[in-house]
Design a protein around this ligand. Structure first.
Ligand code: CA
Length: 335
């Protein structure tokens, strides 16, 4: 007993020692990486002043590596996932925000032809209507993930884009706090999304993605640009016939395959009675299959449309897109 306790103590101390020495090594290597990165950033045309000013504050954040490696396995089934993200509380909070910001939100809906209910749903799911914006220093998060080998190229590009946005005075460097992976603002935009789609809607010369006007307009501009079609369906929940060929069953968000017109697919849907244009192109998804061990493959099942794929473009997760469109419909019933 005593020996085993001592052994435990020794092992724990060893683990601690290695963890500390690994961290010291990582920090030394990080500083070397930082020097190299600063030279690259200046070479790419970003002003030296901005690179030095911002990057000299960048720190290696071991927590970011931890989050990246140990993202909790997700065993929530699809129905639970959707229910949690479209709760009555969420609807109430969204309606409250809508009432406070009605004029702005309705103007943006009209101008960009994107339903206000969709914008509210995305903001509700991304940050609980701006309540969970994240408190990580984004420069350090992106620097840590750029230095790290796993997805270095991707995050280095994101960091360069962000520095360019600051260099051009499009984004204020003092507000760059967000998620551990570098996403920012009410709708959790990555730097590339900011560069491609964010706009200074209220024309005060800076893009403020933590404020209603610029963030809603930027999200609407993003959706409109990638081809969201107002008043077209997103998805319907269905029950499948047992004889549906496997090739029509999608379970990966990467690439929705075997799309067909509804008038073809409907033969595999039990009690089909959707009142929509049967020439619309659709696909079948069974989101639990690759996530829940031993999941029944044919249930739950959904028929999804072009608009659904636009939400996948925003975030490659079958269940994320289902939750967004579900919450959107709930708002539609209340507004
Ligand atoms: Ca602005």
């Amino acid at each position: 007993m005593i020996i085993s306790e001592m052994l435990k103590l020794i092992i724990n101390s060893l683990i601690l020692y290695f963890a500390i020495s690994l961290n010291v090594h990582a920090k030394n290597d990080f500083n070397q990486w930082l020097k190299k990165f600063q030279a690259e950033a200046i070479n790419s045309g970003i002003s030296k002043r901005v690179v030095i000013e911002i990057m000299s504050e960048a720190k290696f954040l071991p927590k970011v590596i931890e989050y990246d490696r140990y993202q909790p396995e997700f065993y929530e089934d699809t129905l639970t996932y959707i229910k949690k993200r479209s709760s009555n509380r969420k609807i109430r909070e969204g309606l409250k925000l809508y009432k406070e910001e009605k004029v702005i939100i309705e103007n943006i809906e009209k101008e960009f032809e994107v339903e206000k209910e969709l914008l509210l749903a995305l903001m509700g799911i991304e940050t609980n209507f701006g309540k969970y914006l994240g408190k990580m220093d984004i420069i350090s998060s992106l620097a840590t993930l750029s230095f790290d080998k796993r997805r270095s190229d991707f995050f280095t590009k994101e960091l360069i884009i962000l520095l360019k946005l600051v260099d051009k005075n499009i984004i204020n460097k003092d507000i760059l706090y967000g998620s551990w992976a570098g996403a920012f603002g009410n709708f959790q935009f990555m730097p590339r999304t900011i560069r491609n789609y964010a706009i200074d809607y209220n024309k005060n010369q800076t893009i403020e993605l933590k404020k209603i006007e610029d963030s809603f307009a930027s999200a609407a501009n993003y959706l409109k640009t990638i081809g969201w079609k107002k008043n077209q369906p997103c998805f319907f929940k269905i029950e499948l016939e047992d004889n549906i060929p496997k090739k029509f069953l999608n379970s990966s968000a990467r690439d929705i395959k075997n799309k067909k017109r509804i008038n073809f697919l409907k033969r595999y849907i039990k009690g089909y009675d959707l009142k929509i244009n049967e020439n619309l192109i659709a696909a079948i998804i069974i989101p639990d299959k690759d996530i829940i061990p031993g999941a029944e493959t044919l249930s739950p099942a959904y028929i999804v449309f072009e608009n659904y794929e636009k939400i996948l473009n925003w975030n490659r997760s079958l269940r994320f897109a289902l939750a967004v469109c579900t919450l959107k419909e709930s708002f539609k019933n209340e507004i």
